[in-house]
Design a protein around this ligand. Structure first.
Ligand code: ARG
Length: 460
């Protein structure tokens, strides 16, 4: 019936307007237009080589598609809003450009295998950029770790003072978690690109003699899907991507949360470059870290997208179902969100200034050195449980009598353990505390220096 559709033949009545509007997907899938053209080029070339279509038609199709790709990149392709989806738009464009040859393009394929191929290609492109952004973020954090190599701060557990740490050690913990994100993404990409869906056709394959491996090679896939039914039903790659991006989002959110808190008036451990902050329409004094709050918030949206996709998939039968059309809206939004998160975090780390004095003030809390004192007693031969108890009692005594551990006489220390010597009070010092750590991966300055050197090399 309608000339603007790819499937009019069987129909005698026009589609109801509401159904047309509801099933329409151009607004979203226009974003995979470029990859749809690339996929079609490889497909047309293969059809010609395999003599499924005359080679003159294949040549004409490839040339028209290549020209279309140029026009697409130049923003010169007008999208007919009445077209059902991007595949329809591109088919109609090719009809304008390649004349009768255009009718041969959609041989031995269906939109079912075509769309998931274009989508995979698009995901591959986007993830490459996200991977680069993750690396830039690691580099920005590493730069701060280098700049603040000797800076110390309290380390927290349960948001209570725990033990002193190197600020650079903490920063490198961020770099370390982002490395896992990069690996997770690379892993998902490798699996996704090992199975080209194109050639599965609607669901059974085709009676025509296609060469799927050649198409895979041209499009950068390392292999082809070996079950045509699975190929058109599978969106595991999208679930894996969203799961990887959710974890990255969670990392961004946790980092943001920490930075927000440390930049409060109460902590004052760090300040942000003014251009990163935003004001209040009512309170003139405000300079708020809204960008970090939106990092935290955006990560929630990504997790929502993951659960959205999983829910979309869980009831689907084998073969293509139209529900699958909604996968793109879900994944593309997650790409955009993660892109935003990573961009502002990179700027954020470039614009941080740490406040040594505010950190030093907190490091004066002597409870931060309790573990060092307990380990001191262990080194003098006491079982750890007894050392733990002795130091606990010593702290309680100092607290109750409003005394400083640094100035308490040795005789008082010895009331709690006779293993205490005159050198014990020396441990109540942040530099001594971090320097006496020696286990692999610890906050020891020498080890942190080595970690920095290793990351510098790895991130070059
Ligand atoms: N627009 C659809 C999608 O994005 C592809 C078209 C497949 N349509 C169909 N009726 N088999 O998934």
């Amino acid at each position: 019936m309608s000339q603007s559709k790819l499937w009019g033949g069987r129909f005698t009545k026009p589609t109801a307007k509401a159904v047309e509007r509801f099933t329409h997907s151009l607004e979203i899938d226009r974003r995979i237009g470029r990859e749809d053209i690339t996929g079609s080029i490889a497909h047309a070339r293969m059809l010609g080589k395999q003599k499924i279509i005359p080679s003159a038609d294949a040549k004409k199709l490839v040339a028209s598609l290549q020209k279309l790709l140029k026009d697409w990149d130049a923003g010169k392709v007008r999208l007919d809003p009445a077209a059902e989806d991007i595949h329809t738009v591109i088919q109609k464009e090719i009809e304008k450009r390649a004349g009768k040859s255009a009718g041969r393009l959609h041989t031995a394929r269906s939109r079912n295998d075509q769309v998931v191929t274009a989508f995979k290609l698009h995901c591959n492109e986007r993830l490459e950029l996200i991977e680069l952004q993750l690396k830039s973020l690691q580099q920005a954090i590493l730069t701060q770790a280098q700049k603040n190599q000797t800076l110390l701060m309290p380390g927290y557990t349960h948001w209570r003072h725990a033990q002193p740490i190197m600020v650079s050690h903490l920063l490198l913990s961020y770099v370390t978690m982002l490395q896992r994100d990069r690996e997770r993404i690379a892993d998902a990409v490798r699996r996704m690109m090992s199975q080209l869906p194109l050639g599965a056709c609607a669901l059974t394959g085709t009676g025509l003699k296609t060469n799927r491996l050649a198409v895979a090679k041209e499009l950068g896939f390392s292999g082809i899907s070996m079950n045509s039914i699975d190929a058109v039903s599978d969106r595991d790659f999208a679930a894996e991507i969203l799961s990887a991006l959710s974890i990255t989002g969670i990392h961004g959110s946790r980092i943001a949360e920490e930075l927000i808190l440390w930049s409060t008036e109460e902590f004052g451990f760090l300040h942000f470059e003014e251009s990163l902050l935003t004001g209040s329409s009512m309170m003139p004094q405000k300079q708020n870290p809204d960008f970090l709050e939106l990092v935290r918030g955006s990560s929630a949206c990504i997790i929502g997208r993951l659960t959205g996709l999983l829910t979309l998939l869980k009831g689907l039968s084998s073969g293509y179902n139209r529900d699958l059309q909604l996968d793109k809206e879900i994944v593309l939004d997650a790409f955009d969100k993660i892109d935003g998160i990573l961009s502002v975090l990179i700027l954020g780390f470039n614009g941080i200034r740490f406040n040594r004095i505010r950190m030093e003030r907190q490091l004066a809390d002597e409870s931060l050195y309790a573990t060092d004192l307990a380990e001191y007693l262990v080194q003098k031969g006491l079982p750890f449980s007894e050392a733990h108890r002795a130091v606990g009692q010593l702290l309680a005594y100092a607290d109750k009598n409003n005394q400083s551990l640094k100035t308490l006489p040795l005789s008082v220390y010895r009331k709690f353990s006779n293993r205490f010597g005159p050198d014990a009070a020396r441990l109540i010092n942040p530099t001594v505390s971090v320097s006496r750590k020696q286990s692999a991966g610890s906050t020891n300055p020498g080890q942190v220096r080595q970690q920095i050197a290793a990351w510098k090399k790895a991130l070059r």
